[in-house]
Design a protein around this ligand. Structure first.
Ligand code: DUC
Ligand code: ZN
Ligand code: ZN
Length: 466
């Protein structure tokens, strides 16, 4: 007799951020309603014997359809980006909504919602990027948006046209203090970068590899120290995004030792790539241009250590895709003349989870519970997605079923994003999310898309639970 379940995922190894156990998961009306042994039959059944049943990944750092400079087009819109995310085991993404100079935040949000509405394969929500913190933005708009469920915003310390000065960062952090929202900071010192770019260009060093040498570790370390200090002055928690190296990690550790609340994030590129990758022949290095840049093996080790020891709460992709062989991408006419004009960012939303699973869990650097925390549970807590990121009664039935025996060689041809390459081409991984369930609906079944564009919905968020 039926227990009234719409779907039962049977016999799998369920993992949460604290436990791993064998159980059936019963789902009704889009939510998890029972977890236990020998649940009664559901209208639909999935046999998960020998599989891992994990919360769907939440990728809280992705860029989709973001304006990226004249003549440059981001390779993913909401349709291709969320489809790719879904195939990589994700059920929710948090892209950025960029406020362009002179634009109101509402205007920017209206445009992004229009792009996302009806086009998504995963749930989604937005972080604001505040690039023009006018009195009305800080005094009225931003506080009103926090009330409306946009509870996080990013500020940049680099990029002309985007970066805020220290006074502006302090003012923006003060909005977070007053509203309970969370500020994310991109930590690189723009003036130092511009100085180094000038020196390199004067010497005729314009190849992609100069992207890494003009954004050295010290530039990130100094900005990380400053961001943490500014947050300390205001007395707010802060998220340090895409941390790439040991000295920046040390800054986070030191701030925490002073009693500061700091959320740390790192990304696959800082585990798997180095600055040597930017040295490719025929401008191939452009494929690896992202900021902060990939570093060296000591930095990779430091980032792994940060994942193992709890420095990092979040493992995100920073998916920021541009096509390589494309005049609107990496090889744009100016990009072929200097690294300075190569758009910053690499694709990775689909490979984030398989890389951490294979390199982290299978190689026993982290356990399955830590994997779940780093890829789903913590993202939900930090960014106020109350019903997501956990396999527990009452939660949204957002679930990825992993085959830990599946071996794949990453080939861009097998991925689902809009770029024309993967920075991880040829990497062999073990473990893949073969079935993905969103709100109780099977979206990917044994590697095949069965869900529809528009099944993913916008999710308003509450204040961070940190
Ligand atoms: N910062 C990001 O967060 N993503 C891509 C490019 C950048 O500079
Ligand atoms: Zn950034
Ligand atoms: Zn980013």
């Amino acid at each position: 007799m039926s227990g009234g379940f719409d779907l039962v995922i049977r016999g799998g190894t369920v993992a949460t951020a604290s436990d791993t156990f064998l159980a059936d998961v019963g789902i009704r009306d889009g939510r998890i309603v029972q977890i236990g042994e020998r649940l009664t039959e559901g209208r639909e059944e999935i046999d998960a014997t020998g599989r891992f049943v994990l919360p769907g990944g939440i990728d809280s750092h992705v860029h989709l359809s973001q304006p990226s400079g004249e003549g440059i087009v981001m390779a993913d819109d909401f349709e291709s980006g969320t489809r790719s995310a879904l195939f990589g085991g994700n059920t929710c993404v948090l892209p950025f909504c960029l406020q362009e100079k002179g634009q109101s935040l509402r205007e920017a949000l209206t445009a992004y919602h229009a792009l996302a509405q009806g086009n998504c394969y995963t749930d989604h929500s937005f972080h604001m990027i505040v690039s023009d913190p006018t009195a009305s933005v800080l005094g009225q708009e931003l506080p009103a948006l926090v009330v409306d469920g946009y509870t996080s915003f990013k500020v940049f310390m680099t990029y002309e046209g985007l970066r805020l000065n220290d006074a502006q960062i302090l003012e923006t952090m003060d909005v977070a203090r007053r509203t309970g929202a969370l500020v994310m900071v991109h930590c690189e010192n723009e003036d130092a970068i511009r100085y180094l770019i000038g020196r390199h260009e004067a010497e005729g060093d314009v190849a992609p590899s100069a992207h890494a040498t003009t954004r050295p570790i010290v530039v990130e370390r100094e900005a990380t120290h400053r961001a943490l200090s500014l947050a300390e002055v205001v007395d707010v928690p802060v998220v340090i995004v895409h941390v790439s190296n040991g000295p920046a990690i040390d800054e986070i550790r030191a701030a925490r030792a002073r009693g500061r609340k700091v959320i740390g994030e790192t990304c696959p590129q800082y585990l798997m790539l180095t600055a040597d990758d930017l040295d490719g022949m025929d401008w191939e290095g452009a494929k690896f241009v992202c900021s902060p840049p990939p570093r060296d093996t000591a930095s990779q080790d430091a980032c792994w250590n940060g994942l193992e020891t709890g420095v990092f709460d979040l493992f995100s992709s920073d998916h920021c895709p541009f096509r390589y062989d494309d005049p609107a991408g990496k090889l744009n006419p100016k990009g072929k003349t200097s690294f300075r004009h190569i758009p910053n960012g690499i694709p990775g939303v689909e490979t984030r989870l398989p890389i951490l699973f294979s390199e982290g869990v299978m190689k026993r650097r982290i356990d399955l519970s830590r994997f779940v925390a780093l890829t789903a549970t913590n993202h939900a807590k930090v960014y106020g997605l109350e019903r997501k990121g956990r396999i527990a009664v009452g939660m949204d039935a957002d679930i990825a079923i992993w085959d830990p025996t599946e071996r794949r060689t990453i080939r861009h041809a097998d991925l689902h994003d809009g770029a024309d390459y993967s920075p991880y081409e040829g990497l062999e991984v073990q473990g893949w999310p073969t079935t993905v369930v969103l709100g109780g609906k099977v979206m990917v079944r044994d590697g095949a898309l069965v869900g529809a564009k528009g099944d993913g919905r916008y999710r308003s968020r509450s204040a961070p639970a940190i």
